[in-house]
Write a protein that binds this ligand. Structure first.
Ligand SMILES: Cc1cc2nc3c(=O)[nH]c(=O)nc-3n(C[C@H](O)[C@H](O)[C@H](O)COP(=O)(O)O)c2cc1C
Length: 193
């Protein structure tokens, strides 16, 4: 008998966050960009060190310059937010070890917030690709010591991708890792989630 429990809203929201790579010309208002930044800076951060800075880009010429330089990020969006790691602005030394996780959490929060606000967005990986970082550094005058971790293009989606999860029960272990996971048998069904 299929499970009739309605999907909790938060799970539906997470599944609805998909990468969007085609955007309309409609701009993203500054107040909306501010909300995205608030979401980003609500992310967990080791020892609350907050080792992040953000560069918001809306000037068409600068966006064009980024597009030209980013091999895997040539999407025409009305806005981009670059999430940067900067241990010099962090509140404590936890940032030395965890800046990448913290910045990634901030990026994910930003993407989820964009989706929840009806916008489309895509994460363009910059770190650890030296060439991509150098390109973004140059276009946005980001100094050495500040690491452009990733860039999010944000805008209104031309098409909204279907919600999904890539859930795979074979990637899940309970209580301890099994080197070779057995495929689920019927009698084990109660342990399968
Ligand atoms: C660290 C990271 C780097 C990524 N870099 C790129 C990129 O350079 N270009 C791009 O089009 N998508 C990029 N993506 C988006 C992934 O391709 C996308 O998340 C993945 O295909 C799953 O699809 P979904 O986001 O729709 O669930 C990146 C995602 C992550 C997490």
């Amino acid at each position: 008998m299929p499970d009739e429990t309605p999907e909790p809203q938060v799970i539906a929201l997470l599944k609805a966050r998909r990468s969007v790579r085609q955007f309309t010309d409609e701009s993203v208002p500054p107040a909306t960009l501010r909300l995205l930044l608030e979401a980003a800076m609500a992310a967990p951060s080791a020892a609350a060190s907050d080792p992040w800075e953000f560069v918001v880009v809306t000037e068409p010429e600068r966006l064009a310059a980024l597009r030209k330089r980013l091999l895997f990020g040539r999407y025409e969006a009305p806005a981009a937010v670059v999430v940067c790691g900067n241990t010099a602005v962090a509140h404590n030394s936890a940032a030395r070890h965890y800046w990448l996780q913290d910045c990634s959490a901030a990026m994910e929060n930003l993407l989820i917030a964009a989706s929840g606000l009806g916008l489309g967005a895509v994460w363009i990986g910059l770190y650890p690709h030296e060439a991509a970082q150098a390109a973004v550094r140059q276009v946005l005058t980001i100094p050495e010591g500040v690491v452009p971790m990733g860039l999010a293009y944000v805008g209104h989606a031309v098409e909204t991708p279907s919600p999904r999860t890539r859930y795979d029960a074979h990637r899940v272990y309970w209580e301890q890792y099994e080197p070779r996971k057995r495929r689920a048998k019927k009698k084990d069904a109660k342990h399968q989630v």
